[in-house]
Design a protein around this ligand. Structure first.
Ligand code: SF4
Length: 338
């Protein structure tokens, strides 16, 4: 028999940094299109794994010198290489013990979220815009049975991480863990193994300092409007996010926060985003430019700095974060964190 302790130890052996377990009843109340039980109705447990993003990979973004480490080792490498390899290895443990198990990396290229209310559970950020691929009727897919939601069912890995007791959702909407703050990505495995679930995390990381709001290059997080949801019997609340402005800023569309934006033509190109229209930058939807140039600046770096200053994270470093921000060697005080 596979136990929760076996599962967690093996997840770490396979490469996960943190691991928690959710029972499936904790997803009660989610819309069918966002409920993992729609994918595996017989699942008894969800194993959620966290993969740290190296703090060192942020150094070049923090100082404006090297953006590749975060983009490739932080985002692409974790999402496309390390997570899948870890899930492949890990899922064998459960299958070898006779438990059907579905590995799910944090990538939903066929998600059905367009069919749902964008504000439902604060969702609204999607990886696919049907119109980009020539579909214009607003629906990405259709249900194969009236009782089932349209594929692919999309569930939020941050909510899964919450249900697995790994941490809390901060005011920014980012998932925060006591180990790394917002500095990780998640993957999950749905299994029919009945595993002992972890207790829901009691909270205490986010103190609503609002650094994420003030340091967002896209001013995408509302200071006053919030999203309220209830999950696993707990009421959660975070700042309402303007997904269009977040997407533009994240992909380098705010010129003063993107050193690769050298002239007006660059600025126009960087501001073009895949699914939404930025009110500020007046750009229509086109194909994703695929770069996370704004990436960890703004909400994520602000939060890491704040939580580390507070001594709340267990992954400790000899030196504070950040060491040298942009503009520090000049008298220019118009930089991102001025
Ligand atoms: S920056 Fe402050 S308010 Fe924002 S999520 Fe982190 S702790 Fe919460």
């Amino acid at each position: 028999m596979v136990t929760s302790a076996d599962v967690k130890a093996f997840a770490k052996e396979c490469g996960a940094d943190i691991c928690g377990i959710a029972s499936m009843d904790r997803f009660e109340g989610l819309p069918k299109g966002m409920d993992p039980r729609s994918i595996c109705p017989d699942a008894k447990s969800m194993v959620v794994m966290g993969f740290r993003i190296f703090r060192g990979a942020l150094r070049g973004m923090e100082e404006g010198t090297f953006f590749t480490s975060y983009n490739l080792m932080g985002v692409a490498g974790t999402r496309w290489v390390f997570q899948p390899v870890t899930l492949w290895r890990f899922t064998k443990l459960l299958e070898d013990a006779g438990h059907e198990s579905m590995p799910i990396p944090d990538n939903f290229p066929w998600c059905n979220i367009d069919d749902l209310d964008p504000d439902e559970l604060g969702q609204g950020f999607i990886d696919v815009n049907p119109s980009v691929y020539g579909k214009t009727d607003g629906n990405w897919s259709r249900p194969v049975d009236p009782e089932r939601p349209a594929p692919d069912v999309f569930f939020q890995l941050r909510l899964a991480a919450y249900c697995a007791g790994l941490g809390e959702i901060g005011y920014s909407g980012m998932f925060l863990t006591p180990e790394y703050g917002p500095r990780q990505m998640f993957a999950a495995v749905l299994t029919d193994a009945e595993l002992e679930p972890d207790p829901i995390y009691e909270g205490g990381l986010c103190d609503k300092c609002m650094a994420c709001v003030s340091e967002c290059p896209g001013k995408a997080i509302s200071e006053h409007e919030t999203v309220k949801v209830e999950i696993a019997g707990h009421k959660l609340e975070w700042g309402k996010l303007d997904f269009a402005e977040c997407s533009v800023a994240y992909h380098g569309g705010v010129p003063e926060h993107n050193p690769f934006s050298v002239n007006e033509k660059d600025a126009e190109g960087f501001a073009k985003q895949p699914y939404t229209e930025s009110k500020k930058y007046k750009m229509g939807p086109i194909l994703w430019n695929g770069r996370t140039l704004g990436g960890m600046r703004g909400c994520q770096m602000a939060c890491i700095r704040h939580l580390e200053e507070q001594g709340k994270l267990s992954n400790k470093f000899k030196e504070p974060f950040p060491k040298r921000d942009w503009y520090e060697s000049t008298s220019d005080t118009t930089g991102p964190n001025a």
